[in-house]
Design a protein around this ligand. Sequence first.
Ligand code: DQA
Length: 152
Amino acid sequence: MSDATAKALPVLVLNGPNLNMLGKRQPEIYGRETLADVEALCHAEATRLGLAVECFQSNHEGALIDRIQAAREANSGIVINAGAYTHTSVALMDALAAAERPTIELHISNVFKREAFRHHSYISAVSVGVICGFGTHGYALALQAMARILSR
Ligand code: DQA
């Protein structure tokens, strides 16, 4: 473990609306793993990388904003799957900008293969990069990218 990762605060893994329905919700798009499976995957990958993670899910825009504001003091970086708020929420974008923490945007599905309204993201404008289309493995990929960012 490098000094930088040893000192790093936990990475926040944020999941937005309807992601509590993973496993039940459109499994042909989002797979059969549950949110608990995804959070376990995040903890295992973080341990492997010498990071810590905190996971938070909400269906409420304001609750997500409150958690992002807290991340300014409590977290080194943010991995966010904002669900449908990705495509609608200037407020989440503003909260992420104000948090001043490296942010990685994540989608389980390949949003660019889907409806046109999913092709625009407010989150991308305040993110280091975007991972999409790799299923729940994307969470591991995002944490790998975050470990590299935080070790610089
Ligand atoms: C999603 C893609 C969004 O367009 C959608 O609204 C979601 C999930 C994904 O992980 O693929 O809720 O963010």
